[in-house]
Design a protein around this ligand. Sequence first.
Ligand code: SAH
Length: 218
Amino acid sequence: MIDRYKKQRVRMVDSQIRSRNIKDERVLKAMGKVPRHLFVDEGLVDQAYNDNPLPIGERQTISQPYIVALMTEALDLREKDKVLEIGTGSGYQSAILAELAASVFSIERVATLAGRARRLLDYLGYYNVAIRVGDGTYGWREEAPFDAIIITAGAPKIPKLLVEQLTVGGRLVLPVGSRHSQTLLKLTRMSEDINDIREEDLGGCRFVDLIGDYGWED
Ligand code: SAH
């Protein structure tokens, strides 16, 4: 059983991720390790390693493996890094981050999803992930600053409060655009001045809505 999913994971990494030019070996290794099939509903286990997002309940989705890899690579994580994630969802992206950084702080607005992710991450031994229920558009002030911040829901604009919670040199990766389509952006904070930001365009994408005071209305 375990072996069967391992094979599917190796194939996923080669055919969907390496082939699309994701090069960071640490990212490839993490994607080859985390058991994605445990993060989807039982009825969808056989589709867990397919090249697409899948529903996780509450009208939310687990992102396509390639998008997880692309965003993770863009975060440039080092082993000592402290990471903030907005949109825990299934907890799959959190587990990938937990493989690559020292600590992960993840915020989810839907309590049932947060609870399920918490149980699964505990079961898998990802004790370096802290999860909180709430509106992630405010960030996590008590734990700031972060070396990297990832938003896994589509934002109408760049949430300023989150840029403020980046270290100098910190990276923020997020989808920004309309409710139907967004551009994946990587922002790097260049100095103490929060307007001193380098911006890179990583391409088009489509995420569920970031809902909150600095996101879309519910
Ligand atoms: N990273 C997740 C993707 C989940 S989809 C995974 O790997 O499965 C995006 C998630 O963002 C949803 O669970 C949604 O409820 C959550 N979300 C949307 N707006 C939010 C907000 N303001 N704060 C926290 N979570 C939010």
